[in-house]
Write a protein that binds this ligand. Sequence first.
Ligand SMILES: [Mn+2]
Length: 351
Amino acid sequence: MTTGKSRAQPGKARPISHSLGKLLGLFSPKDRILVTIDADPDSMASAMALKRLLWRRVHKVAIAHFNEIRRFDNRTMARLLKIPLVKLNKIDSQDFSKILLVDGQPHHDESLAKFKYDAVIDHHPIVMPVEASFVDIRPEYGATATIMTEYLRAAQIRPAKSLATALVYAIRSDTRNFEAGALEKDVNAFHFLFPYANMHLLSRIETAEMGLEELPHFQQALENRRLRKGKIFSYLGRVRSHDTLVLVADFFMKCHEVTWSVVFGIDRKNLVVVIRNDGLRKNAGALASKAFGAFGTAGGHRAMARAEIPLVNLEDHLKDFLEAGKRYFESEEGIGFRLGCSRTKGQRVRE
Ligand SMILES: [Mn+2]
């Protein structure tokens, strides 16, 4: 990394203490800083860490997100950790002397691309050059929160409870609880942060998966459930979003007797099927393609799959289709669908 105009250069090990000096060197006490994010746990935590790093070094720091925050865990995180977020379209960038971006790159969204950045700190792969006075992109890190934790450590800052909790959740979230792409650096950052984090806040954020408006769907899912030989089947009728079907399908899998969970529901103009299994010698993706590929889009992985069938393809066969679907999953060999297929307009598409 060089001073002045700098471009991201992957693959070079750069000591954080060196980068810290360069980063802090950008700012003066009169600066009014805008940090733009695509709000998710990693970007929110990274922006908080950046705000902490700049504390008493600049006049003020605002964190602005352009996206709608829909996920309940993210909303709970912002609320419980009191993350001072503002909506990007509600602010005037002219009020700020420097604009920063964390956990993303300008080309990731048009809302970000319109700014000229002073600093970009990120861990996503570099697919095109990123131009800013300061660029620190480390694709070898599982989370930007890990990079920011290293900055805090280099600056000898002990994170407050809410900041540490945010960073811990961000690392867990971006590395899918260390299942995907977790590296020694992410684990090290996690170990450093853990004693400062608040476990009650963390578990509250983690368990906040839904709102009360989902409960009637659960009630219906339980009433409609059919269980045979470890396979559970339910139809929820119309739902607000297919996320509800995922919540219900995952919920059924919590029962230790259940090996397959298949949940049907109607989301806008599609019949949506969410399939889960215990992942033991089963293939949900193959089953979804086989059962539903002829009617709409279907596919997925070994343990999870989804199919979306345009209602127009089923015409007035919805009831028969659901009945056939239930029988299909209940039968041990699989009996296949017998519907008026000649009348359907679907085609086989893999997800
Ligand atoms: Mn990230």
